[in-house]
Write a protein that binds this ligand. Structure first.
Ligand SMILES: NC(=O)c1ccc[n+]([C@@H]2O[C@H](COP(=O)([O-])OP(=O)(O)OC[C@H]3O[C@@H](n4cnc5c(N)ncnc54)[C@H](OP(=O)(O)O)[C@@H]3O)[C@@H](O)[C@H]2O)c1
Length: 243
């Protein structure tokens, strides 16, 4: 049976690749914020891959944007099978001596509050889905200590904790898991990492390379399909961080 899948931040990078990989036979809600043209390409790719696409624009760093997104989804479907809380970003690197309240708010709004509120608003739709699940995108930055990305790392750690809490709260109706990517080559790094930094981080990785969006999309698919994984975070970082 066709699944209805909402992927936030599906215009580029991991979200876009996930939309394309999950497209066949499914209805994909392709959410975007500022990359309208890229989102249109993803929507066209979903259709080419045998799925139905619905494009929705919303600023998820605001409460109203989260409400508008889920309101638009609810206007098009009476159930959701999968929610991928993927929209996020580092926004700006800042050392601990220069912290600004406004930046802390922005980073937590985008990476943590939006996923929490979108989840909350989607629960009634997910309860009507078949083997419904939620997948949150966290980060290696919450694991290994990432200087100048500390606010971002903390915002993802909060999302990771949220994942486990609601995995128990929403069970057995809805499974909830997370994926914690390492360094993945996507537009994410265009604004916040220099080519030199990216090159130097390869040396820190036992595999001496970075990942690509497909590595993460494959794991999201796996978490959707395996109905005995709940409250788990899967690290995908080439061994940059090991537990
Ligand atoms: N790439 C990495 O190395 C890495 C590592 C660890 C974790 N992650 C996490 O993986 C997720 C996907 O990142 P990515 O690498 O695919 O980055 P990306 O290509 O920059 O994608 C980020 C997505 O988030 C959306 N977004 C940004 N600001 C938004 C806002 N205010 N409201 C709504 N949507 C917004 C973007 O939409 P528009 O472009 O349309 O504005 C875009 O679709 C993020 O949560 C990120 O934190 C990435």
């Amino acid at each position: 049976m066709a699944k209805s899948i909402l992927i936030t931040g599906a215009s580029t990078g991991i979200g876009a690749e996930t939309a394309l990989q999950l497209a066949k036979g499914n209805e994909i809600f392709v959410h975007y914020f500022s990359s309208g043209k890229a989102a249109e390409k993803v929507a066209a790719g979903v259709e080419q891959n045998g799925g139905k696409s619905r494009l929705i624009q919303a600023d998820l760093s605001t409460e109203q944007g989260c409400r508008d997104l889920v309101g638009a989804v609810a206007g098009e479907t009476d159930k959701l099978d999968v929610l991928v809380n993927n929209a996020g970003g580092l926004i700006k690197r800042q050392g601990v001596r220069e912290y600004e309240w406004r930046l802390m708010e922005e980073i937590f709004a985008l990476n943590t509050y939006s996923a929490m509120l979108v989840t909350s608003l989607c629960v009634p739709l997910l309860e009507k889905g078949k083997d419904p699940c939620i997948i949150n995108l966290t980060s290696v930055a919450m694991r290994h200590g990432a200087p100048t990305a500390t606010i971002y790392g903390a915002s993802k750690a909060a999302l990771d904790s949220f994942t486990r809490g609601i995995a128990k709260e929403l069970a057995p109706a809805i499974r909830v898991n997370a994926v914690a990517p390492g360094v993945i080559v996507t537009p994410f790094h265009d604004k916040v990492s220099t080519p030199e930094q990216l090159e130097s981080w390869k040396e820190l990785n036992p595999l001496k390379k970075h990942g690509h969006a497909g590595h993460i999309a494959e794991t999201i698919r796996f978490l959707i399909e395996n109905d005995f994984i709940n409250g788990e975070t899967i690290d995908i970082n080439g061994g940059l961080f090991m537990r």
